[in-house]
Design a protein around this ligand. Structure first.
Ligand code: 13P
Length: 251
């Protein structure tokens, strides 16, 4: 049985004061026992959040990491070994904002994914199509290519210890959510693509949906057979709203 996961991607939000307040709010949440919960603060606040959530069941991840596993001469980057040393357990790989705005390409993301796993982190591979690609009927092709890049480089076994997040770019931060049926269609295709390589890996991997998830629409999305939780942006910046999403996942 796959455990449901709810993850909060804080993106480039927060100050020391607001992070302290959000962390305090998270500490006070009563979370359902069947749900794995994680938050992804900006690098600068990772230590603060790890300290602030000490003793809770909430895991902490980073939003990005270097393509090199070990520390070294790479100005401005953060090695996955350093994230592991800080106490992170997850890292986002290939969020669409990094693919689109920072120009990260599949080949680089393959290396980041492998480096993260080499350090014991669980990568959360983000995939998704733009509105232009969806309107052109290319959704499954685009997502399939993003997934096959990792499979070809690292083998399907790389997904034994990984999470996949389907985040349609047109649904991120727009208030436009994919319908549960639209999301399920893509999640089923992702699982089928993995199953064609290895059925056991496909059955075990958690597929999260991301894109304007809030407490009001979470239960319906999480009720779909191939949706194993969510990657939450804006709504994860409010502890009560995030807690409500976690509870929706627990039902
Ligand atoms: P929103 O929930 O703000 O749409 O963001 C989704 C996202 O990009 C999470 O990684």
């Amino acid at each position: 049985m796959r455990r449901i996961m709810v993850a909060g991607n804080w993106k480039m939000h927060g100050t020391r004061a607001s992070v302290a307040e959000l962390t305090k709010g998270l500490r006070h949440l009563v979370l359902p026992s069947g749900v794995d919960v994680a938050v992804f603060p900006p690098f600068l606040y990772v230590n603060q959040v790890i300290d602030g959530l000490d003793g809770t069941s909430i895991a902490v991840g980073a939003q990005n990491s270097a393509a090199e596993a070990s520390q070294g001469a790479l100005t401005g980057e953060i090695a996955p070994s350093q994230l592991a040393d800080a106490g992170c357990t997850f890292v986002l790989i290939g969020h669409s904002e990094r693919r689109q705005i920072m120009g990260e390409q599949d080949e680089l993301l393959n290396r980041k994914f492998a480096a993260a796993q080499a350090c014991g982190l669980t990568p959360v591979l983000c995939v998704g199509e733009t509105l232009v690609q969806r309107d052109a009927g290319k959704t499954l092709e685009v997502v399939g290519r993003q997934l096959s890049s990792i499979i070809e480089a690292l083998g399907v076994g790389a997904f034994v210890n990984a999470v996949i997040a389907y985040e349609p770019v047109w649904a991120i931060g727009t208030g436009l959510t994919a319908s549960p049926q639209q999301a399920q269609e893509v999640h089923a295709a992702i699982r089928a693509q993995l199953a064609a390589e290895n059925a056991e890996v496909a059955q075990g991997v958690r597929l999260l949906y991301g894109g304007s998830v809030k407490a009001a629409n979470a239960a319906e999305l999480f009720g779909m057979p191939d949706i194993d939780g969510g990657l939450i942006g804006g709504a994860s910046l409010n502890a009560d709203e995030f807690g409500a999403i976690c509870r929706a996942a627990g039902n």
